[in-house]
Design a protein around this ligand. Structure first.
Ligand code: MG
Length: 322
């Protein structure tokens, strides 16, 4: 195994050598020489632990009581649904004012789906996502979580879907200047709004198209936009990934959000006992210098006022061990 910094150098040298002999095209060289892992050494940031929770997960009569509880239990991020977001901007800004809690990600809430075989459905997805992205930017959110299509949402075949999303099927056949794509358009809108799209890989029960972090990261690399990033959800990763650490390493610099739940039943972390081990994944997050939120997206078996603070404690303990 080659050390990361040596590997980077090796790839760059290989790219230069290939240029000299004219072996491959310039797009191919540029793309292969890039690496999803952030640079090692002095420039690398130390990972930070920022625990977040979805609004519906936290106990409390209204938003203000929920935020009081989150503050008390050490949560620093609030994740909300995107459905009504443009109308909630002021409410959320006022509720978060003066608190140590910031808006983390926005979870879905758009209409239609991106890889539909129906143009109207695709356009509906595009326009509703843009509306949410504009509001997400005003709120300083890290991004809007999207799924290209769920099972049961009639879509184009895989290769065509990939082409629709990124503008080409393989980077060695692409023409940067001529390229238009759904994610390219969304990425540009998101970046202008000061936020991003967060692609979420799901397990096979829920979708066929995007199931692993490595595949999601490869889509991000192909689109090559500051407005397109990836997230990982420990629940889905339980079923699809062979190694949590490996998955986060493949996601690398494209990883900008994480969901967490118990690993047998998708309840609060800790409610499935021994199965709720995230240490290997947290090691991966530390290795990539992860700077964003780990957010609870889960159901609940016990009393919320006990299991939600217990989940934060478990996450902090396992992070320290990683
Ligand atoms: Mg999720």
């Amino acid at each position: 195994m080659i050390h990361q910094s040596n590997r980077r150098e090796f790839l760059q040298r290989t790219a230069l050598a290939a240029t000299a002999i004219g072996a491959v095209g310039s797009t191919a060289l540029r793309t292969r020489a890039e690496d999803a892992l952030p640079a090692g050494g002095e420039g690398k940031k130390q990972a930070v632990l920022k625990i977040s929770a979805q609004e519906g997960v936290v106990p409390g009569k209204g938003l203000s009581e929920k935020l009081d509880n989150m503050e008390k239990w050490g949560y620093v991020g609030l994740e909300v649904g995107g459905g009504n977001l443009p109308k909630r901007v002021k409410e959320l800004q006022d509720a978060l004012k003066g608190r140590p809690i910031k808006l983390s990600a926005i979870c879905a809430g758009f209409q239609g789906w991106l890889i539909s075989d129906d143009k109207e459905t695709r356009e509906k997805a595009l326009s509703s996502m843009k509306e949410i992205l504009t509001a997400a930017g005003e709120l300083g959110s890290t991004g809007l979580i999207i799924v290209p299509a769920f099972n049961g949402q009639k879509s184009v075949p895989h290769k065509q879907a990939r082409e629709m999303l990124t503008g080409f099927t393989r980077w060695d056949r692409s023409n940067d200047k001529a390229r238009t794509s759904l994610l390219g358009e969304l990425g540009e809108h998101a970046a202008k709004a000061g936020t991003r799209i967060l692609l979420e890989p799901l397990n096979r029960d829920e979708c066929y198209f995007l199931r692993t972090l490595a595949d999601g990261a490869s889509i991000c690399r192909d689109v090559n936009s500051p407005g397109i990033a990836l997230m990982g959800d420990f629940w889905h990763m339980t079923w699809e990934e062979t190694c949590d650490m490996g998955a986060f390493l493949s996601a690398g610099k494209y990883l900008r959000h994480v969901h967490i739940a118990s690993r047998k039943d998708r309840k609060t972390p800790g409610e499935d006992g021994e199965a709720d081990n995230y240490i290997n994944g947290f090691k991966g997050l530390k290795m990539i210098g992860y700077q964003d939120y780990i957010s609870l997206e889960c159901g609940c078996r016990g009393d919320r006022s006990e299991v939600i603070p217990a989940a934060a404690k478990l996450i902090r303990e396992q992070w320290a061990k990683a």
